[in-house]
Design a protein around this ligand. Structure first.
Ligand SMILES: [Zn+2]
Length: 68
């Protein structure tokens, strides 16, 4: 008879701006600090440097694997 409290007015848990192309990035959940996301607009990899407030920074380029 009671309405579940899980109803959210907005599907986005968080939004932030891509530091590379300034596109709005909408996240369906709060990411963990250190998590790497990808901008859907410019495909750059972004690392979550802080969650409160949500801050993204360009992720360091992954070096090619030199053999094993
Ligand atoms: Zn971008």
């Amino acid at each position: 008879m009671s309405t579940p409290a899980t109803t959210t007015p907005n599907t986005a848990a968080a939004t932030c701006e891509c530091p590379e192309c300034a596109a709005a990035i909408t996240l369906s959940r709060i990411p963990m600090r250190g998590e790497v996301l990808r901008c859907a607009d410019c495909a750059v990899e972004l690392e979550v440097t802080s969650t409160t407030p949500l801050t993204l920074a360009l992720a360091p380029e992954v070096q090619e694997d030199w053999g094993e």
